[in-house]
Write a protein that binds this ligand. Structure first.
Ligand SMILES: *Cc1c(COP(=O)(O)O)cnc(C)c1O
Length: 401
């Protein structure tokens, strides 16, 4: 059985170091790279040992729906990186979001969420929970009065994402956490766009952080995964049993891919963000671009909040081109290096037209309210040479006519 790595230092290591070594469990073979324990279950030396394992008298793995050594390594590395008390993983980002929201709720409870959410997150809040007698209110996340006014005596969960998908609005996490706590509610933050490196929601006062590990954490377009980070109490009282009994478990294989992804997360995100900052400045000055939103720029609508809560501007850029949908399509079709895809945080630069893809489900009016116009494109900057990407933007701009 894999043994816990020796605690090398009582001090907390810096993120880039945790990303390489954190949570490693070495087997008796002393392998360098983390082992892939591709197993459903575990065998016991005796019937007594099985009984002791099940009763909790003896520690150890029982069944990979509950826990698995490769999955445990991934979870522990994420926990150390985030500085959280406890962590669980899930098969996808959406399984993580759904578990984080549902695990503590019951009929009669109330959820308040920012309107500007990843499409499926919005479905959970707007369509799914009301079917079980849990009411929900959507607010403009950037307007603190709307959060305050939405609170009721039954409000249990506040949910937001920042920067938001796809318009890269930024919500004041500390201020919303304070509103939540005043009402005895919990704040859940979907931190995908900022990554664990550029924003620390738990330190800002959030109670739960969720990730789609599918994005930057894998970062190479290979597999899906999700993570939920919080304190021991939330995990013990609510999350643990919800996940254990309903079973949206992360595959050991995907956990292994994600572990290897974490090793390079810091260098990838740093490089992608530096490129994104350059490309955002380049595009912002172009006459064919009507509007550009990048959290790392001084003209971002919530630049003061960005400064307060983010250490860098993310690898995503949102911009509106002249010529509406036809213009956006021409530009996207004009790229040769930048691929058309709805994923993000990938090594490959990817562009998406949110109003006809990720946010197609919303009405045109709901999209307009969120600033998701027909001319809007979302660019996820990858690891290519930034000069080649700038040349590709030129190709797209030329195709725009
Ligand atoms: C992709 C994404 C999700 C969902 O993650 P999956 O891994 O695709 O299930 C949730 N929130 C945000 C902000 C995302 O970008």
């Amino acid at each position: 059985m894999a043994k816990k790595a020796k605690k090398s230092s009582p001090k907390r290591l810096r993120p880039a170091t945790e990303l390489v070594h954190g949570g490693t469990l070495r087997s008796q073979f002393g392998e360098t790279s983390e082992a892939l324990f591709m197993t459903q279950g575990f065998v016991y030396a005796s019937a007594e040992a099985a009984a002791a394992r099940f009763s909790g008298e003896e520690p150890g793995y029982i069944y990979s729906r509950f826990s698995n050594p490769t999955v445990a390594m991934f979870e522990e590395r994420m926990r150390l990186l985030e500085g959280a008390g406890a962590v669980r993983s899930a098969a996808t980002g959406m399984a993580a979001v759904t578990a984080a929201i549902l695990c503590s709720l019951k009929t009669g409870d109330h959820v308040v969420a920012a309107k500007a959410l990843f499409g499926s997150c919005r479905y959970i809040v707007e369509d799914l929970v009301p079917r079980y007698g849990i009411t929900s209110t959507l607010v403009d996340g950037t307007d603190l009065d709307q959060w305050r006014n939405a609170m009721t005596k039954n409000t249990k969960i506040l949910f937001l994402e920042s920067p938001t998908n796809p318009t890269l609005e930024v919500v004041d996490i500390a201020a919303v956490a304070e509103i939540a706590h005043k009402a005895g509610a919990r704040l859940i933050v979907d931190n995908v766009f900022a990554t664990p490196l550029q924003q620390k929601p738990l330190q800002l006062g959030a109670d739960v952080v969720v990730y789609s590990a599918t994005k930057h954490i894998d970062g190479q377009g290979r597999c899906l995964g999700g993570v939920i980070l919080s304190d021991e109490k939330f995990v013990t009282d609510h999350l643990h049993n919800y996940l254990r009994q309903t079973g949206p478990s992360l595959s050991p294989f995907n956990a292994w891919v994600l572990l290897k992804g974490l090793e390079t997360l810091a260098v990838r995100v740093e490089r992608q963000t530096a490129s994104a900052a350059k490309l955002a400045d380049y595009l912002a000055g172009h006459k064919k671009i009507k509007r550009l939103v990048y959290p790392g720029r001084a003209d971002h609508p919530q630049a003061d909040i960005v400064k307060k809560q983010m250490s860098a501007g993310s690898n995503l850029i949102a911009f509106e081109v002249k010529g509406n949908r036809a213009g956006a399509f021409k530009m996207a079709n004009g790229f040769e290096i930048i691929k058309i895809s709805n994923n993000l945080g990938d090594a490959k630069s990817l562009v998406t037209h949110p109003s006809t893809t990720t946010h197609q489900r919303l009405s045109e009016e709901a999209r307009r309210e969120l600033g998701i116009t027909q001319g809007l494109l979302r660019l996820s900057v990858g690891l290519e040479d930034v000069e080649d990407l700038a040349d590709d933007l030129d190709r797209g701009l030329a195709a725009l006519g």
